[in-house]
Design a protein around this ligand. Structure first.
Ligand SMILES: N[C@@H](CCC(=O)N[C@@H](CS)C(=O)NCC(=O)O)C(=O)O
Length: 206
């Protein structure tokens, strides 16, 4: 059986766990924090979580994990079958990760773990975050899902990205990054009621 290694508090873990739930795949969860131990680096070479254990070996990187799930369990599909729509869905997922998630993460330690961020880092992070969210808004449809009528991986990416990035932005800059994107804000509330996402949240809360 598939085994998802990681920690409940990780948003990337939440993303891959929600994808497994969406697919209806059976899996076990293995509580395993990020680690630089050589054993763990063989499973996830940057020592990050999540990592998926399969009968053929370990896979790290959430998008590689989800791509694997998509191949072993094609339905329900998490990406559109149409080539253009699939590319647009991946395009938006990439912007969410590169231009929102990873930008906000520059201030993760300052926001929640007692780290320090210079004025320069703060300023650049806020500016880049606003730019990233605007870019995401340009690609977003919200009809009702982020890419239109079909639920996709990109909805999950958006949910887990805006969760963490929103918390960091609130703490560091006292801003709501979705203030100018009311449709995405409504979508986030709708997604919070989706079974897979509710289960991830409930397990986190326990
Ligand atoms: N690109 C990775 C990112 C995973 C990631 O950043 N995980 C965090 C937890 S949310 C982690 O393991 N951090 C520990 C570290 O950076 O050493 C993925 O898509 O899975």
């Amino acid at each position: 059986m598939l085994k998802l290694h990681g920690i409940l508090g990780s948003n990337y873990y939440g993303l891959t766990k929600a994808a497994l739930l969406e697919k209806g795949l059976e899996f076990e969860e293995v509580n395993s924090p990020p680690s630089q131990e050589s054993d763990y680096l063989q499973k996830s070479p940057m020592g990050k979580v999540p990592a998926l254990e399969t009968e053929d070996g370990f896979i790290s990187e959430s998008y590689a994990i989800i791509d694997y799930l998509e191949r072993v369990q094609p339905e329900p599909a998490l990406l559109p079958h149409d080539a253009f729509k699939r590319a647009k869905s991946l395009e938006l997922s990439r912007h969410l990760e590169l231009d929102v998630e990873l930008v906000a993460r520059r201030c993760l330690f300052a926001a929640f773990y007692g780290g320090k961020a210079s004025d320069e880092t703060r300023k650049r992070t806020q500016k880049d975050l606003v730019k990233g969210v605007k870019a995401v808004g340009i690609l977003t449809k919200c009809e009702p899902f982020i890419m239109g009528s079909e639920f996709t991986l990109t909805d999950l990416t958006a949910y887990y990205t805006f969760g963490l990035a929103g918390d960091i932005a609130k703490k560091m800059f006292d801003i709501d990054i979705l203030d100018e994107q009311p449709e995405i804000k409504d979508l986030m509330s709708m997604l919070a009621n989706r079974e897979s996402i509710k289960r991830v949240a409930a397990d986190q809360a326990n």
